[in-house]
Design a protein around this ligand. Structure first.
Ligand code: NAD
Length: 246
């Protein structure tokens, strides 16, 4: 078990990819803090992890709210004493083409997807620096590299995640902290199920491996990057996309 006795925090872990990552980290031996803006989903996922024989906490924390993030980190440190792994996964989309995109929707997506990762990382990196140990995994998107029609706010936030990852990977390397990003392609989660079939099917035909990904496909890579087996990888942007838009 490559993550035995590690303490992990996963944001947006009440459903979808984040939940898949929380469960995978637990399967590999970690104790997990499941944090989500929707408290009940966090509590339910934490309960699922406890049935696997790991310790878990389900905590409400909106990554757009600095106070809630600081409280979540404080509760985690009080309960577990340290944080070894952070997965910045919480993310939203508010789709509109350029001329229809409101400044409010632009700001909301940047605030959760990019500034949320900054807030959470800043709060947790302090503890990792003191401990001289840390693994940070940021969930970006293929769209952060390619852009996309109708989601310029989302694609910008995800491109920002790559720049943030590479910058803090450089800053934190001397503290024995690895920072990497995962760029998922299309993954089967509630976010994806919102896309009408007439748009989805042609996109699946573009994927060389001819299927959408599962949360577990992403979680397997997150668990590896969060482990000491990946200790010589930092600042990487790893595409997990079935070859889509490579
Ligand atoms: N599904 C895909 O195809 C896909 C592709 C590429 C990247 N991603 C990225 O993966 C991540 C997870 O996506 P998903 O598909 O599982 O989405 P999802 O909507 O199924 O789950 C997102 C989770 O984040 C939580 N969340 C939303 N806003 C939050 C906030 N302000 N603070 C804390 N938690 C918040 C939600 O409550 C939910 O539990 C996102 O960053 C998304 O951009 C998804």
């Amino acid at each position: 078990m490559i993550l035995e006795h590690k303490i992990a925090v996963v944001t947006g872990a009440g459903q979808g990819i984040g939940q898949g990552i929380a469960l995978k980290l637990a399967e590999k031996g970690a104790h997990v803090v499941v944090s989500d803006v929707r408290e009940q989903t966090a509590i339910d996922t934490a309960a699922q992890i406890e049935t696997m024989g790991r310790r878990a906490l389900g905590l409400k924390a909106d990554v757009a709210n600095r106070g809630e993030i600081l409280k979540m980190v404080e509760t985690t440190i009080a309960e577990f004493g340290r944080i070894d792994i952070l997965v910045n996964n919480a993310g939203i989309a508010r789709s509109a083409t350029l001329l229809k995109l409101s400044e409010e929707a632009w700001n909301a997506v940047l605030d959760v997807n990019l500034t949320g990762a900054f807030r959470t990382t800043q709060a947790i990196a302090r503890h990792m620096i003191d401990a001289r140990y840390g693994k940070i995994v940021n969930i970006s998107s293929i769209y952060g590299r390619t852009g996309t029609v109708g989601d310029s706010n989302y694609a910008s936030s995800k491109a920002g995640i790559v720049g943030f990852t590479k910058s803090i990977a450089r800053e934190l390397a001397r503290h024995n902290i690895n920072v990497n990003a995962i760029l998922p392609g299309m993954v089967d989660t509630p976010l994806l199920r919102g896309i009408p079939d007439k748009y989805l099917q042609p996109m699946i035909e573009e994927i060389p491996l001819r299927r959408v990904g599962t949360p577990e496909d992403i979680a397997n890579v997150a668990a590896f990057l969060a482990s000491d087996e990946a200790s010589y990888i930092t600042g990487a942007a790893v595409e997990v996309s079935g070859g889509w838009r490579m």
